[in-house]
Design a protein around this ligand. Structure first.
Ligand code: HEC
Length: 813
């Protein structure tokens, strides 16, 4: 705790303005404040520029989160009737809600997230209040605390509605809601850029990007493709203007020498600025909230080879800082006027109770941050000398006017016009849209016209053929994706196929990437030939390799065989990585016939191509250094003849065969002792397993995810982890006190930070451990509460988390 933590005096919204520091040329204004808005967390502008705001009024009413479930949450509609930029009229759309957390405006109403539901809510009698709500899903926030639940409901360029921290996307199509499975990424906040790439983050990692549309990444169950949730900035240093109450101040490196937060710890809600009125160099930048230290980061994004990287343009400084600790920016938006809107929950207790440390509690009390409930602000940041766009009146605009807005300099106008046109689905606008898609001057206008037609199901081969030849590469890439329904239909020779295949040699990396994503799934000898050519030139780009392999489910060994038969595959340019990746898929699929074929292919390589053999053999993992997990083997019907050939191969090959026979087994294999069958759980252990599952689904799942596979930047996998399958004592220590990186899990290194969960009882920890050790085919022993008790006694008093080095010194069961 910093030495002199004095009470933080309350400032009105107007008084707060003097605490901000902004770059020259910008100013900040109050848009709304208490009592009109109270603890706002998310908002949306409707077609007429009114603000729909989610007020999470019951968040952390005190340090113990008492009465947090009081039904006092609201959705309010704020309006500026005199055009001065300050809201002066309020209508309550919905009241009496328990912790509402997200809003997305659609179809003359709103999707509203009130865990565990998302409802479509609308006002049918024109009194401004919702009188109908239809549930869409019932698993939106069934776990954990408010910090770690789904959010977003963001309408995206591709006409789907996306979320952070949730594994589904939504779309209203043909008169009904469609719910589709996608990768679960991000924590709090989601945004998109002009090309529909989505960005999220986690509390200590400022900005991550999905370089490919999410749904491609997990389509091959044998392969975890990259390209989503990709880190954009290695540097997580931050530069607040004062010191603040911080949750884990004792953790090494958390504070700088002045006692200020040194690394992001509560960052959230990135937004890509697409407002059209900021000075040169700001359009397309990312802005990110850090409520714990009261500032807003600006990141300049640059694109290279279909990847995006982020850079803070200020030297040891931030875009916006405040010295007022109650300023808690938690969400950012592009306004219709072109300004950047800041949602300030204005709540001193920003850390939720679940992870509050004794240090932060003491500091919160000393600073009186538990005071002043019922407050909240919305601000806007704008250039001192910019002309703002006028207040929109889109709800009654003609379709022709809306088509015009698709080329507006502001992304908000383009997005909103697209949404309204798709919702209206007015066939009379199709002609104007087709014209705009082909001849619009602004490439973004052409792109929106195409996606609008996609949303209206009015794309045809003629429109797509033109788009595939567009001079703007982002349009060519999008057009390839839009051809998929035609390419993947039963129609054997879709009209657009030749035009799509023409783009195999496109000069732009992101066009080739989309080509591989789409065409790689077709799987004809002709298309696989083109994919092979692209990989031969560019497999050193992991994004491209992953895109190809993700489309090859079940065909990996066939493709491998075809490229082994081609010339031009040398040791360079990621060729070995290609062979390894494809071979890994074959092992992951564990189909004995295809595994045997893989071995045959390895054995059949000419003697001067040892590198090919070793590349494929590299797919067989070496036993890990720490504790050997009980790897699941692959059972073959008999000894594969290829093995006898490989035993006579070069030493480099022979040296890898032990890894092969550690995984592949067959009846009467010498030296192979089948692992003892996993001992079934007793009824008592089963009860513990069931209790552990409940705990897992409320706590561990937030980071380690439902499939136990964790998530890059958040947490490592628990499936096949030596820390889970190995010593009970080590695992119990991790759960009790937490763990800080670097740590190696199943061959991959992680450098993250798991908070300790010592507040859980021995019974609870034993239950969670039992569950994790037996779920997902994990076959380790169940854990007794007495074991956890014994470990706790050995640990004694300890508040610090463990390091890998310390844990490895512990040689207890
Ligand atoms: C707030 C996020 C979070 C929660 C909640 C969480 N963990 Fe973790 N866990 C992590 C992170 C991050 C690491 C890796 C830390 C590092 O890099 O040193 C980790 C590591 C582990 C490890 C060792 C590495 C591995 O993957 O096997 C185990 C075991 C583990 N956690 C179990 C649990 C269990 C059981 C629970 C629930 C009782 C839980 N964790 C809850 C974030 C979390």
């Amino acid at each position: 705790m910093p030495a002199h933590a004095d009470p933080v005096p309350f400032l009105t919204a107007e008084q707060t303005l003097t605490t901000f520091k902004l770059p020259e040329g910008f100013r900040i204004e109050v848009v709304a404040e208490e009592p009109m808005v109270q603890h706002p967390i998310a908002m949306q502008f409707d077609a007429d520029g009114r603000i729909w705001v989610v007020e999470m009024r019951a968040y952390m009413p005190d340090i113990d989160a008492n009465n947090e479930k009081n039904p006092i949450g609201r959705i309010s509609i704020l309006e500026d009737t005199d055009g001065d930029g300050h809201m002066n009229k309020k209508t309550i759309f919905m009241d009496g809600l328990v912790l509402p957390r997200a809003i997305g405006l659609v179809r003359d109403g709103a999707l509203v997230a009130i865990p565990p539901n998302v409802f479509f809510c609308c006002d049918t009698n024109g009194d401004g209040q919702a009188d109908e709500r239809t549930p869409l899903v019932d698993d939106y926030g069934i776990r954990g605390n408010p910090e770690h639940q789904p959010n977003g409901l963001m309408s995206s360029l591709d006409n789907w509605i996306y979320n952070a921290n949730y594994d589904k996307r939504f779309r209203f199509d043909n008169g009904k809601w469609i719910v589709d499975q996608v990768n679960d990424v991000g924590q709090y906040g989601i945004t998109q850029d002009n090309y529909g790439r989505r960005y999220t983050n986690t509390n200590s990692d400022q900005l991550r990007v999905n370089l490919i549309p999410e749904h491609y990444a997990d389509r091959n169950p044998h392969y975890r493709a990259g390209g989503i949730n990709v880190q954009t900035a290695l540097d997580q240093y931050c530069w607040p203007s004062h010191n603040t109450a911080i949750n884990r101040p004792l953790m090494k490196g958390m504070l700088d020498f002045r006692g200020r937060l040194s690394h992001f710890t509560g960052c959230c809600s990135p937004v890509i600025y697409r407002g059209g009125i900021f000075p040169d160099g700001f359009e397309g930048n990312a802005f990110i909230c850090e409520p714990v230290a009261n500032f807003i980061r600006r990141d300049v994004l640059s694109e290279n080879d279909a990847t995006v990287s982020a850079q803070n343009p200020y030297e040891r400084d931030e875009f916006l800082t405040s010295t007022y600790e109650r300023f808690r920016p938690v969400n950012l938006y592009n306004g219709p006027d072109g300004a950047l809107y800041i949602v300030d929950i204005h709540h001193g207790l920003i850390q939720h109770k679940t992870y509050e440390t004794p240090e932060v509690i003491a500091d919160y009390r000393a600073r009186e941050l538990d005071k002043y409930l019922g407050t909240g602000r919305i601000y806007r940041v704008l250039p001192t000398s910019a002309t703002l766009y006028p207040k929109p009146k889109m709800s009654h605009a003609s379709s022709a006017e809306l088509v015009g807005f698709l080329s507006h300099p502001s992304g908000w106008w383009r997005d909103t016009a697209q949404r309204l046109l798709v919702e209206r689905n007015d066939f009379k606008s199709a002609h104007a849209l087709t014209k705009l898609a082909a001849n619009g001057e602004n490439p973004l206008g052409r792109l929106h016209a195409l996606w609008t037609l996609e949303g209206m199901h009015r794309l045809d081969a003629a429109i797509l053929t033109t788009a595939l030849a567009d001079k703007d590469s982002h349009i060519r890439a999008a057009a390839i994706r839009m051809c998929e329904p035609m390419l993947f239909s039963k129609d054997a020779s879709p009209r657009v196929l030749p035009q799509v295949l023409n783009l195999a040699g496109d000069s732009e990396p992101h066009v080739r990437l989309q080509f591989v994503l789409t065409v790689g799934q077709l799987g004809t000898p002709q298309t696989d030939g083109l994919i092979a050519n692209i990989l031969r030139e560019g497999a050193d780009k992991p994004l491209l390799l992953d895109a190809a392999v993700s489309g090859m489910r079940g065909r990996e060994v066939i493709f491998l065989e075809s490229i082994l038969g081609q010339i031009g595959w040398t040791q360079s340019r990621g060729h070995a990585a290609t062979f390894t990746a494809l071979s890994k898929c074959v092992l992951a699929e564990a189909n004995s016939r295809r595994v045997a074929r893989l071995l045959e292919l390895i054995a059949a390589q000419p003697a001067d191509q040892v590198w090919r053999q070793t590349a494929m053999l590299d797919a067989f993992p070496a036993p890990t250094a720490t504790t050997q997990p009980a790897r699941r083997g692959i059972m073959l019907p008999s000894e594969p003849p290829a093995l006898a050939i490989l035993k006579k191969a070069s030493p480099a090959v022979r040296g890898k065969l032990a890894n092969v026979t550690a995984i592949l087994h067959w009846p009467r294999q010498p030296g192979y002792i089948p692992p003892p069958p996993v001992k079934p759980l007793t009824p008592e252990e089963q009860t513990r397993f069931a209790a552990g599952k409940v705990l897992y689904t409320s706590i561990c799942i937030q980071c380690h995810k439902a499939d136990g596979m964790g998530q890059a930047g958040l947490a490592p996998p628990l499936v096949d982890s030596e820390w889970v399958l190995g010593s009970e004592s080590r695992m119990a220590r991790i759960v009790i006190n937490g763990l800080h990186g670097p740590v190696t899990v199943d061959g991959t290194s992680f450098n993250l930070d798991m908070p300790g969960l010592s507040a859980l009882s021995d019974d609870q920890i034993a239950a969670a451990m039992t569950y994790v050790r037996r779920e997902w085919d994990n076959g380790a022993s169940p854990v007794k509460p007495s074991k956890v008790k014994e470990v706790r006694a050995r640990i004694g008093v300890r508040t610090q988390s463990w390091s890998e080095r310390e844990l490895l010194k512990i040689n207890e069961d």
